[in-house]
Design a binder for this molecule. Sequence first.
Ligand code: WTA
Length: 647
Amino acid sequence: MLTVFPKLGSAFTVIMQVRQNGAMSQSANQDRLTFWANEAANLHWHKSPTKTLDWSAAPFAKWFDDGKINASFNCLDRHVNAGLGDRIALYFEGEPGDTATYTYRELTAAVKRAANALVALGIGEGDRVAIYMPHIAEAIIAMQAVARIGAIHSVVFGGFSAESLRSRIQDAGAKLVITADGGFRKGKATALKPAVDEALADNHCPTVEHVLVVRRTSQPVDTHPRDVEWADAMAAAEAEHVAHGFDAENPLFILYTSGTTGKPKGILHTTGGYLAQVASSHRTVFDLKPESDVYWCTADVGWITGHSYVAYGPLANGASQVIYEGTPDTPDHGRWWQIIEKYRVSILYTAPTAIRSFMKLGRAIPDGYDLTSLRVLGSVGEPINPEAHNWYGSVIGGERAPIVDTWWQTETGAIMISPLPFITKTKAGSAQTPMPGISIAILDEAGNEVGREQAGLLVITEPWPSMLRGIWGDPVRFRDTYWSQFDGKYFAGDGAKYDKDGDIWLLGRVDDVMNVSGHRLSTAEIESALVSHRWVAEAAVVGAADETTGQAVVAFVILRQDEIHDAGADHEISKILRDHVAHEIGPIAKPRQIMVVSELPKTRSGKIMRRLLRDVAESRPIGDVTTLADSSVMGAIGEKLAGGATD
Ligand code: WTA
């Protein structure tokens, strides 16, 4: 069985055996490092590392520390130099139906020019560049160009509001913002540049010197002296750019993600270890054959999946990939399947929430397209329920294509738990096995390993190359959030269990992080957005189970009686508050429902009992209320709701 991977060498074989035998022994630990050293050796190093892991300053890891590397060279020039310049790197499909293809030679040329354009704007090693773009080829070109010159990108999802963009620009101290006039979504041109202008207004972001603007939609935009047209900057830039090697531990990017407190965390990733693990996992998890596969990951570059498995992994492996700008329903619900048919996509990587929405629409739509090119299907972002798994496998995969359910996080940088296609016998709903070189444990609160079929907390027991190196500007929060629960071990924030065969099942977050359509949202962040409205005295947010999106945001608010004399009925208040959240954070954070209540259920120490609110939000009988400071509160909420005072 292991001989299917001869090219991966003996360390892989050892790891596979370890994986199949369960626990990892002392010698396997050495093999783990050898495995990663071999994976790193698949990359081009300007100077090869002699060291693998330095964990002496745990939890601050260094991987391949004395090596020198350039991420962009690895994703581009290396393939051109190897004679693969004519291979397609990107098939771009715009929502209105416009297309563009880039060979590796063309993409390399574009990134070289963009790198020179950035240098001309004064960007250099270590500078932070915010990227706020639609899902278009220029977003990838921008990321690669930033990486190429040793600067640090911070991509902010285009669906986030001006407020969110502003706080991310400020936290990172970005010197440049790369954006577009807008993008196409749901059949319309949407605007991005006005949000950048709003974020930077009134000198809120004094570190920003320039805004580089890609013209995507030709809609009119306000211009400022700091603005530079992307096309002009590219035309003025030199064509040749020589990529230098940077320290392996040079920061590659910051990506903000929601945590348990109101303020998003700037997750920091560095270069060598990240690229090594992302390239390695992309190859093994998808059984990649770069010479013949057409790969399509539907994630936007604004999320970690769009970083690791769009902007870096596939390019590092010399793969051909599709990127699609728009939504699955434009111009009709067959759009994704039409794209798969058109490009003969062989590997599809998407989220369960998308699968569930297609399921609802019925199989007649995908059945109308030729999907026989698909040979591997991936799932990411949330647990995939067995119904969705089965539908994905049979209707989309025609019972031929195995499904890999991949568990990982912004923090882990790369896939950590997943079956391997054609090797692992897959099981609907389970992510199953740690990846080669990854050590996972499931612990109880006291730090003891739980037995089979018992729920516990998911922990990563050994450092891994693509692990986050910290939270930007906040080493204390880094230690407290991930490393303090179980001394020296990484606490992921997810619940998990082993089944009777020892396969891992993910059970969702155990903290106050919600997962809506595979996107991470923090209850605290939405609560603080709500209370920033003058009508709201107090707010509590819960993630309620939702058939399509996995979880949905449900908010309970107490209004300030002195402020609401100008407010309308509850349902009007609710609409205004929902829009307020969209304005503060972004439309993805908009509560599905806001319930106006007169009190919130709290314990005697003042902690809000979300468990009870979740019961209400999911229309279940209300659970045990004995620990409430005032046990009549839930009765009052129930009565109010029975009176129809919901959204
Ligand atoms: C959840 C996305 C179950 C999990 C790559 C994790 C999953 C959070 C899976 C990270 C999966 C991701 N099965 N749950 N296959 N993949 N999750 O940072 O709760 O956006 O902690 O990274 O998504 O979300 P993030």
